[in-house]
Design a protein around this ligand. Structure first.
Ligand SMILES: Cc1ncc(COP(=O)(O)O)c(C=O)c1O
Length: 358
């Protein structure tokens, strides 16, 4: 006999990307930033390591919300902080969806949306992106309580224009979560839609553009009535004192973040062009990674395994529409050149021995 709820027993759970603990890999598998966090952040954390750690943090992270509002040009009442955007996604699903409620998300996208819907015993509906990663007509589902869109999307790196997102917000019944984890690497974003739509929630994170995946800090921007309701659902102290200090300092140093984003965009272009010259199909990326589809006769899984055995970690998904692809995080120029050098050898070998057709 199982002690678990039936839906928990049935679900397989979310599998995060590999996080090897030996630290000797060129790590291009979980979309971390290859550059260090701002020295101002490290200083702020050091200063926050004090006697005051015996006290609970501010339950609503006021300083962090004020700083987010200042930098993004919104009001603190429109902002909620979370222990990474994954925490906010969990708060959102618990706030808006219960058993049997429809939860919509495109496929392939961030796999956590399905897990969250299953946790609630909701009706998880994955709707296929078109071949070129636009949303199909049937993406609007009547009665859906929560619709998730990662924009730009992972793992494709592609983006839906904000005008199209706005049209979706008007047509759907429930809330629309626009997960903008990668927005700082994109040409546009949906922040301006918050004032216009009372059902849009935008998610941002410090994990990618601010090089702070280890801190676990995300924030949600939405109209006050949504933020107020979600405050009832979050853990009392969901953001710790060190994270609050870090987010304030990180957002204060826009210069450092933007300089790193520019370098990543340059390397993204270099990686994309070189992969294309080698014969890969590369999806247009607005993120800090690219999705590259292997040419005929080359197995993505074998490439992934061989790269790993040579200490370069990229992401391989054994899933429909993705099993002939590699998702590659943009590292430093040196890391990407090391990857490309090895890939060139493997691909040119592919028709003889190392890499075989699936
Ligand atoms: C689309 C998307 N949303 C959310 C997250 C989680 O971000 P965080 O580190 O803020 O929890 C990720 C992480 O890779 C992501 O790709």
């Amino acid at each position: 006999m199982s002690y678990f709820r039936k839906n928990i027993e049935m679900m397989s759970g979310y599998t995060p990307g590999e996080q090897p603990q030996d630290g000797i890999y060129i790590k291009l598998n979980t979309n971390e930033n290859p550059y260090p966090p701002s020295p101002k952040v490290l200083n702020a954390i050091k200063n926050a390591v004090s006697d005051s750690l015996r006290l609970y943090p501010d339950p609503v992270a006021t300083q962090a919300r004020q700083k987010v509002a200042e930098v993004l040009g919104t009001k603190p009442e429109y902002v909620m902080a979370g222990n990474g955007s994954d925490d906010l996604l969990s708060i959102i699903i618990r706030s808006f969806a219960g058993p049997c409620d429809k939860v919509i998300f495109p496929y392939p996208s961030y796999m956590l949306y399905k897990t969250l819907a299953e946790l609630q015993d909701g009706d998880a509906c994955a709707i296929d992106f078109t071949e070129d990663y636009t949303l199909p007509e049937d993406f609007i589902v009547k009665g859906a309580r929560v619709t998730f869109i990662a924009n730009p999307n992972s793992p494709s790196g592609t983006m839906i224009p904000p005008d199209d997102i706005s049209k979706i917000a008007l047509k759907i019944d429930g809330v629309l979560v626009v997960d903008e984890a990668y927005a700082d690497f994109a040409d546009d974003n949906c922040l301006r839609l918050v004032e216009k739509h009372d059902n849009i929630l935008i998610l941002r994170t410090l994990s990618k553009s601010y090089s702070l995946a280890g801190i676990r800090l995300g924030f949600c921007i939405a109209q006050e009535h949504l933020i107020q309701g979600m405050m009832k659902v979050k853990d009392s102290y969901n953001v710790d004192r060190l994270s609050i200090a870090a987010v304030v300092a990180a957002l204060d140093d826009q210069k450092s973040m933007k300089a790193h984003v520019e370098k990543i965009k340059e390397t993204r272009l270099h990686l994309k062009r070189t992969l294309q010259e080698m014969g890969f199909f590369v999806y247009p990326s607005q993120t800090n990674f690219v999705l590259a589809r292997c040419m005929k006769g080359v197995s993505a899984h074998t490439l992934y395994q061989t790269l790993k055995s040579r200490k370069i970690l990229v992401r391989y998904f054994n899933l429909r529409r993705l099993d002939d692809c590699l998702r590659i995080t943009i590292g430093t120029r040196e890391e990407i050149d090391a990857l490309l050098k090895l890939l060139k050898e493997l691909v040119s070998d592919s028709h003889s021995k190392v890499v075989h057709t699936c």
